[in-house]
Design a protein around this ligand. Sequence first.
Ligand SMILES: [Zn+2]
Length: 274
Amino acid sequence: MNRERPARLSLSRALRFEVFKRDSFKCQYCGATAPQVLLHLDHIVPVSAGGTNEITNLVTSCIDCNLGKRAKLLADDAAVTKARNQLEELQERREQLTMMMEWNLSLRELAQQTLDVAADYWQHYTPGWSVADEGRRDLAKWIKKFSLQEVLSAMDVAATHYLRFEAEGAIIEESWDSAFSKIPGICRVERESKDDPEIRELYFIRGIARRNCENSFRNAEALELLKDARFYGISTDTLRTVAIESYSWYRFSTDLRLLIREARASSEGESDET
Ligand SMILES: [Zn+2]
């Protein structure tokens, strides 16, 4: 049989539902809504003029607009163009929503892959050990706060300075924990010193003092003292000399406090005179 069904009858229930949902079950010509009116689908470009059953060529129309006022409305080019533009915009928005969902999924995958890279990188320093779930959660947090590159660089520093090994070459368990936990602090220091090259110099000076003083050295306090000293105008050359000559935390901190007190006294003296 070569008989063709009328176009409207060939529109599936699913397609009609899609168009009605898209148009909020509202006639796009007069604004009447279901269930007050019976809704039809209207072809924007009529089937007789080559219009297709694509969703972009279909619009929700009440029965009156579809049957009665149709000729008049279709003659009105502006209204048809407007309706069509709205449809294309709606269609575009739906496509963008789908794209956004796919994008979100791919971002989540990317985050997972980034995390794997970081965990693998740490594991290559610590053969025989793997990063457990809790460690991976920490890693994810650090990557978010800093960047993968910063975390990997910090791992280089942490592994070199804080991993300790048994005579047979196995990693001392506690050093794994302490080295791993140093990673975010190293990231922070690196970032801080990028912002301020002088901070890098102060870290370097502190490193000299720490090596000379060995035990009981107070890292955070030493940095605060060095920053205070710079604040009161004591040169990094002087600070380096103090660090080189110090042999205990007590000596180092006492010398620094003395310098700071003198520098502060003289700076306050100056401001009194003005
Ligand atoms: Zn209508």
